[in-house]
Write a protein of this length. Structure first.
Length: 739
């Protein structure tokens, strides 16, 4: 098991500290297509950017940062103020913010809103044509929530709501494009701490002609999330904040046939790098046991490797097991080059002939994560290398020689730079190397949704808030069936169908093969529908699924009997779903929960890593209660993160406080935490002024994972802090209540 060192950012203004190191990205990075039965887009693996000159970052609900926002639409149409936007190209206002809001170092107390999907704090421009950000053309001091040529027509309504303390919500409902069909519903949530959150409830029609971002008063600084690029943000939230995304800290091993003390000192200066160790590759080859203790490995040679083929093979094995590798320039020199499978199968660069001439930075993708805070590079070495294995080229030298590239099919980044103790470069080379290391660790698949449905977005966002979930990807099984090789990239697979499967039998057989090779599968409701176009068939259904087919009717039922001590039901106390069925338990399945009409609800196969849940978590969201918690528990079980035989979760090794869920919330939320030892636990809630709102004394709790449900129905909307004290251990986090 690969070692991951992570931590949570601690924010607590009462005691005047802000803890939490982070790394920020600069781009939306998409991979190319992969090959299943049909070509399918790779998921987005990085959705963050910044900082700009004023310290703003953005990161969205698809980003893997611990503090990424959660999508939760807030409907203010019943109590908000109608802004009376009734005409095309109408900029109306000013309206009160309700508090002082600082935006790019300027304080504002009012705002204007435009039919074309943006907010300004002073500009009356109608901005008919959306533009890239930043631009000095009006409108400026801009919140481009969904800037396009929109029209309210007969259905469009725009509202705002302020609690006159710390929260403003501005929403556009059912607007249309001026000359096309489709409807667009989106909102901005502005809080007194300077945060700006965009949310997208429904976007239909043309999706490639809008701008999303923020821009200062003169239009010379800003952050652009998207401009005129096909992108469906439905079910997405985007946060613009001065707080950077928190990705935790990485342990790095430097493998070099060269001294590395200077490089290690430089690398350890970055806040998101924990420990950096060294292995001398001139005298030996590291084994897999050593490599797998690290989140990332950096490799270079300035003299021959002890065995260049052996090191290339073991690094390829490390990649195959989910490791992340950054290769630096001398690995591609014909005298000291890397060999083995890493070069023949994975490396984006070919071996070239060293050319000891000074080269400078040429063309590069300034928005790419690898080039974050990289404005200049001058290097005394430029190899005559070429590209191989269909890489993504990020930067070149001024003579066109490749400088930075990565392989989109694994976690390997190659940089044509030398960072040894001689340090014969100038410019931002260290930043580029650091970025490459962090970027390579983000490309690690975790959970895969196989869905004949478009309902994965909200489920993805919910799961990403849970501990131990680093990434969630999606594959559309209406259009194809993933290969076994593709499935084996993931620790666990969630499957549901709400539409016709491309090939239910082939998918069932592939998933059975995946389980045979150690994979884990969680089957959701519609897999058991007794209809040819829904039903999952093949070996998984015949031999492994704890539930048989037979679902036949759609009714609303609530949680009935359940085994509260079973890990599948950890933290579960209620569940309601609009669908239940006539299914039966098969393949020696063990039932741990039933609906209130005794229909089986949750079961698992004790001989295979397969869990069946008779509930649906797609975008229809006809469920309530702890449905997502059950799915999360099931994923943990099939990923072997719990001990089924003992019916208990593994004991935590460290104290941690998770982000409350949901967040923002109204008016109940769940606060989860891990105790490495038996402790007296107290949860304190504070308002933004530092006043204690309530205190919940849980008494002495045993070692393990725990959850507290907090009812905030008696307090007003706003930003609050929750502090958990467990013996001598204390952690604090921030949450938002919106009513």
């Amino acid at each position: 098991m690969k070692k991951f060192i992570t931590y949570y950012a601690v924010i607590f203004i009462l005691i005047a500290f802000l803890a939490g190191t982070a790394v920020a990205g600069n781009s939306r990075i998409h991979q190319g297509s992969i090959t299943g039965e049909k070509s399918v887009d790779h998921p987005v693996i990085l959705d963050s950017g910044g900082p700009d000159a004023y310290g703003y970052y953005y990161y969205d609900s698809e980003d893997i940062a611990f503090n990424s926002p959660e999508y939760e639409w807030i409907d203010i149409s019943g109590y908000g103020t109608n802004m009376e936007i009734v005409n095309d190209d109408q900029n109306i206002g000013p309206f009160p913010i309700g508090f002082t809001f600082n935006f790019y170092n300027v304080d504002f107390i009012s705002f204007r809103a435009c039919s074309n999907g943006f907010i300004t704090f002073s500009s009356a421009s109608t901005g008919v044509t959306n533009r890239t950000i930043p631009t000095e053309d009006e409108p400026n001091d801009l919140l481009a929530v969904y800037w396009d040529d929109l029209h309210p027509r007969d259905t469009g309504q725009a509202y705002y709501y302020t609690n006159n303390v710390d929260t403003l919500i501005v929403s556009w409902h059912n607007f249309q494009r001026y000359s096309d069909d489709g409807e667009y519903s989106f909102q901005a949530i502005i809080t007194s701490d300077g945060n700006i959150l965009y949310q997208y409830q429904s976007l239909t029609g043309i999706l490639n002609s809008h701008t999303i971002g923020i821009e200062n008063q003169t239009g010379n600084h800003g952050l652009e999330y998207v401009f005129d690029t096909t992108r469906d943000e439905t079910g997405t939230s985007i946060l613009f904040s001065h707080t950077p995304p928190d990705y935790g800290q990485k342990d790095v091993l430097v493998v070099a046939s060269d001294a590395a003390s200077t490089f290690i000192t430089d690398l350890e200066a970055y806040g998101d790098i924990a420990d950096v160790d060294f292995f001398d590759a001139a005298t030996g080859t590291p084994g897999m046991g050593l490599l797998e203790q690290y989140d990332a490995v950096v490799v270079w040679s300035n003299s021959p490797f002890y065995d260049n083929t052996a090191i290339g093979n073991v690094l390829a094995d490390y990649e195959d097991n989910g490791g992340a590798v950054t290769l630096l320039v001398f690995d591609f020199n014909t005298d000291w080059n890397m060999a083995g499978r890493l070069m023949t199968e994975y490396c984006p660069f070919t071996v070239g002939i060293g050319s000891y001439t000074t080269k400078s930075l040429g063309e590069y993708d300034s928005g790419h994560y690898i080039m974050m805070n990289v404005d200049s590079v001058t290097e005394y070495y430029s190899a005559e290398i070429t590209l191989q294995h269909d890489p993504v080229l990020v930067a070149s030298f001024d003579d066109g020689t490749p400088l930075a590239a990565y392989n989109p099919d694994n976690n390997l980044v190659a940089l044509n730079v030398f960072v040894g103790n001689d340090q014969m470069f100038t410019g931002d080379v260290n930043n580029m190397v650091h970025n490459a290391i962090i970027f390579s660790t983000k490309n690690q698949p975790d959970i895969l949704f196989l869905a004949a449905d478009y309902g994965h977005a909200l489920a993805e966002h919910d799961l990403m808030q849970m501990p131990n979930i680093s990434s969630v990807h999606y594959y559309n099984v209406m259009d194809g069936t993933p290969t076994l090789e593709y499935l084996n990239m993931y620790e666990a697979v969630v499957v549901w169908s709400n539409y016709m499967l491309d090939n239910g039998t082939l998918l069932g057989n592939r998933l059975a093969d995946y389980v045979d090779m150690g994979g884990g599968v969680v089957l959701q409701q519609f897999c058991f529908v007794d209809a040819e176009y829904y039903m999952l068939e093949g070996r998984l259904a015949d031999s492994y699924s704890p539930f048989g087919t037979g679902a036949s009717y759609f009714e609303n039922h609530s949680l009935g009997w359940y085994n509260a001590d079973h890990p599948l039901m950890l933290g579960v106390s209620e569940a309601t779903d609009y669908y239940t069925s006539d299914i039966t338990v098969e393949n020696d399945g063990v039932t741990v929960a039933s609906w209130d009409n005794s229909t089986p609800f949750v079961a698992y196969n004790p001989d295979h890593d397969v869990v069946a849940i008779n509930g649906y978590i797609g975008d229809a969201r006809e469920c309530s209660g702890d449905m997502m918690q059950i799915t999360y528990n099931a994923l943990n079980m099939v990923r072997d993160m719990v001990d089924i035989e003992e019916n208990d979760a593994p004991l935590p090794q460290k104290f941690s406080l998770a982000q409350n869920y949901p967040n923002p919330f109204n008016a109940n939320t769940i606060i989860r935490f891990d105790l490495p030892q038996q402790s007296d636990v107290v949860l304190d809630i504070y308002n933004i002024m530092g006043q204690k709102v309530t205190s919940i004394d849980k008494g002495e709790l045993p070692t393990g994972s725990h959850a507290i449900r907090y009812d905030a129905s008696e307090i007003s909307s706003g930003v609050y802090f929750y502090k958990l004290t467990a013996g001598d251990l204390v952690e604090t986090r921030k949450m938002m209540l919106v009513k």
